[in-house]
Design a protein around this ligand. Structure first.
Ligand SMILES: NC(=O)c1ccc[n+]([C@@H]2O[C@H](COP(=O)([O-])OP(=O)(O)OC[C@H]3O[C@@H](n4cnc5c(N)ncnc54)[C@H](O)[C@@H]3O)[C@@H](O)[C@H]2O)c1
Length: 319
């Protein structure tokens, strides 16, 4: 935190109207911060933040982070970037611009204000990992020219920029590598596996599993993730990251499909489709660092998180 102001801490959240951003805004307001939410509503929506709009500590700005922004804040959480393959591949050039120009603009702002800045990076920086689970020291196995590269390489470049601003300008940075997260306010049509399976199950449509369904993912419930994000931001200055935040519990896609069918009480059947290009075979965080440096670990079991998510999808998109 910077400055000697006696009023509330003012926090900028880019991508604040998105899935994770809206939960973060909510948590920051609940602890008494003033929140400036910046979003261009590419994948986010006003509905995600509708319940915050009347709050005197909450302010929104429609803005694209690829352009400079001038606001006065004490902390910056940089979340702006489409996160699901269907969305980030829709306009791949814009995706890279959002990650890279967005990082440059937000880092420039942080430098001017000497504000602490956190980057929402991703487990995708590990690509199709050759080691398992992935510790932060692993440099990754990323295709630089494939259809996912706009996201993976954009996020890798953003990490580079964060560390160069830190080394060159002594900027207080935090880099968080987020693994698959799910929960209420996920986009229903984002093609991500949890939302896909739940929507298909609720509509009684076949559940589409890519390949034989033996590829694994780990799923972190959004409340756990946001807790980790806030702990990282508030951690001592020397904790820069990168730091993995995710749930190490590993499930195959087939297991996830079966859970969703059971919890929704659906009659959906499981249908196999060809594996998309560069789809990672397994992904699981090593959270040793998060445990020791942030005293953080996930607490919400998959079953509970899925129940809450199913409840949200049922009440918002199906009933
Ligand atoms: N959800 C996950 O599992 C996950 C995993 C790894 C990393 N992340 C990262 O976390 C962040 C948030 O992801 P999410 O799941 O909430 O996705 P999301 O798509 O719901 O949220 C992203 C938000 O950024 C906004 N945005 C996109 N481009 C923008 C731009 N140029 N200017 C301003 N706003 C812009 C969108 O409108 C949206 O509100 C992203 O940076 C993503 O890469 C998420």
């Amino acid at each position: 935190m910077t400055g000697i102001r006696s009023y509330n801490r003012r926090v900028l959240v880019t991508g604040g109207a998105g899935f994770l951003g809206s939960h973060l805004c909510e948590r920051l307001i609940a602890r008494g911060d003033e929140v400036v939410c910046v979003d261009n509503y590419f994948t986010g929506s006003r509905r995600n933040i509708a319940h915050l709009l009347g709050n005197p500590n909450f302010e929104t700005i429609r803005h694209d982070v690829t352009f400079p922004l001038y606001v006065e804040v004490d902390q910056i959480f940089n979340l702006a970037c489409p996160a699901s393959p269907v969305h980030y591949q829709h306009d791949p050039v814009q995706t890279t611009k959002t990650s890279v120009h967005g990082a440059i603009n937000m880092l420039g702002l942080a430098k001017r204000l000497n504000a602490r800045i956190l980057q929402a990076s991703t487990s995708e920086v590990y690509g199709d990992p050759a080691i398992h689970p992935q510790p932060e020291e692993y440099w990754g196995n990323v295709n630089p020219i494939g259809p996912r590269s706009c996201y993976d390489e954009g996020k890798r470049c953003a990490e580079t920029l964060f560390f160069d601003y830190h080394r060159q300008h002594n900027l207080p940075i935090k880099v968080m590598r987020i693994f698959n997260t799910y929960g209420p306010r996920m986009h229903p049509n984002d093609g991500r596996v949890v939302s896909n399976f739940i929507m298909q199950a609720l509509k009684g449509e076949p559940i589409t599993v890519y390949g034989d369904g033996s590829q694994t993912r780990s799923f972190c419930y959004v409340d756990d993730l946001i807790e980790g994000m806030i702990r990282l931001m508030d951690s001592p200055a020397e904790v820069t990251g990168p730091i993995n935040i995710g749930n190490p519990g590993e499930f195959t896609m087939l297991e996830l499909a079966e859970h969703v069918v059971a919890l929704t009480g659906s009659r959906s059947t499981i249908e196999h489709r060809p594996l998309p290009q560069d789809d990672p075979k397994q992904r699981r965080p090593d959270i040793t660092k998060a445990k020791s440096l942030l005293e953080w670990e996930p607490t919400i079991p998959l079953r509970d998180g899925l129940e809450r998510t199913i409840h949200y999808f049922r009440s918002h998109f199906v009933d």
